[in-house]
Design a binder for this molecule. Structure first.
Ligand SMILES: N=CN[C@@H](CCC(=O)O)C(=O)O
Ligand SMILES: [Zn+2]
Length: 417
């Protein structure tokens, strides 16, 4: 057999090759291949087997993994990638204990990034997004979801979505786009959230036509959108053929988790204060819980999402950075894997399912990304780690040694191109 790239002498290989999304106790059932090799041809996985058998394969390029851990590229299922400015000034307010929703109510938080995003040029936003994508790639992410939601007017929301589309063409990472026009109520519509939601839903047809987003998301929260408003808005989106996502039960327990299940959302996201009933419903549904523990950490709170209970009751969950300029400012999903271990009490096997196959399913890429299997994308990471337990254990640093996207080396420790 002749291939483009052969990775051999792999210490541990996680293929994550399971019919997903992987639910409940199956998330703890991990297949680990020792002494393996993987071959890639034309950007796709061509062969997986033992390093001994790989000696018969002719490859243009052979990479010796030197006994290291090899996994699928990480899939990041929830980011707010495209935005203007930054919000380091808010850190002092957070230290003084001013709540996140209070900062928003006073016109700061999301709304301060809205001003910066409206002011930023298309090219400024694009350059900034490409910069953050580079950082994600360095940290082993090969597929990423990106939400709009810092425009809150037609023109700026479309600008953000166009930037996302162009970033997807310009950058090697695959980007899955979500329209989050219903992220906050802008000051000009403060008195009439219904009219604002109508305005945002007027964009659905254009977004569909121009292929600017696959999913519609809404922030269901006190002082933002109610469960009833969210239900109506999401139903409209579903009628137009979009997949649904919800920022649900992040701060106040409004029943957003139950709503995600009711409307058949692909994912309910945050779920930090989901009720017992919400967790039960999630577990018996096809909706995936996208859990964002970095947000709880970064907002200085003590109560983490009950991800342990979600898995124990049978749900499929993922974990994500929630990369954004306000509530979780990091592109490092490995750090979140450590927080998932320490604060959510997930096992290493559950965490690896969360950041690969399940994350891919949560963004509609379950049959392309998040798995090393023949025919899938050659998205592979070689880690400076002897085994899969090591990544959550050694926290706060980048363990990626080599990141391959569609079989091409995208990042190599010590050399970035
Ligand atoms: N909670 C709503 N949206 C984002 C935060 C956005 C921001 O603070 O800029 C989140 O997922 O955490
Ligand atoms: Zn978010």
């Amino acid at each position: 057999m002749k291939v483009d790239t052969l990775i051999t002498n792999i210490g541990q290989l996680l293929t994550m090759d399971k019919k997903g999304p992987v639910k409940g106790s199956d998330m703890n059932d991990l297949t680990v291949m020792e002494g393996a090799a993987v071959a890639v041809k034309d950007g796709k996985i061509k062969w997986i087997g033992s390093a001994e058998k790989a000696v018969n394969i002719q490859a243009d390029k052979t990479i010796d993994a030197d006994g290291k851990l090899v996994t699928p590229g990480l899939v990041e299922p929830h980011t707010h990638l495209v935005f203007g400015g930054s919000r380091e000034e808010e850190m002092a307010l957070k230290q003084q204990g001013v709540p996140y929703l209070e900062i928003l109510k006073q016109g700061g938080g999301i709304l301060s990034t809205v001003n910066a995003t409206r002011d930023a040029s298309y090219n400024e936003l694009l350059e900034k997004a490409l910069f953050h994508l580079d950082r994600m790639a360095m940290h082993g992410i090969t597929t990423v979801e990106a939400k709009s939601g810092y425009g809150l007017d037609k023109q700026t929301e479309l600008k953000q979505l166009q930037v996302t589309k162009e970033a997807n063409v310009k950058h090697p990472l695959d980007i899955v786009s979500t329209f989050l026009g219903a992220h906050a109520i802008p000051p000009e519509h403060k008195e009439d959230p219904e009219a604002f939601l109508s305005l945002m839903s007027e964009l659905f047809d254009e977004i569909k036509e121009k292929n600017l987003a696959e999913f519609i998301d809404i922030f269901t929260e006190t002082g933002v959108f109610s469960v009833e408003q969210s239900r109506r808005y999401l139903k409209k989106a579903k009628e137009k053929g979009f997949g649904l996502k919800i920022h649900a039960d992040e701060i106040d327990q409004l029943g957003g988790t139950e709503l995600a299940v009711e409307v058949g959302a692909i994912s309910g996201e945050h779920l930090a204060v989901a009720s017992d009933n919400g967790i039960k419903q999630l577990a018996s549904s096809n909706t995936i819980g996208v859990i964002l523990p970095g947000t709880v950490f970064y907002l200085g709170k003590d109560t983490y999402p009950r991800a342990r209970k979600m898995i124990d009751e049978g749900a499929a969950i993922t974990v994500s950075t929630d990369f954004n300029p306000g509530s979780s400012v990091t592109e490092n999903l490995q750090l979140i894997m450590s927080i998932a271990a320490l604060k959510l009490k997930l096992t290493p096997a559950e965490i690896w399912h969360a950041v690969t196959v399940n994350a891919a399913h949560a963004i509609g890429r379950g049959y392309e990304a998040g798995t090393i299997a023949t025919g899938r994308r050659g998205d592979i990471v070689i880690w400076d780690a002897p085994n899969y337990k090591y990544i959550p254990y050694h926290y706060g640093v980048n363990h990626a040694n080599t990141v391959l996207k569609n079989g091409e080396i995208l990042y190599k420790r010590g050399e970035i191109r």
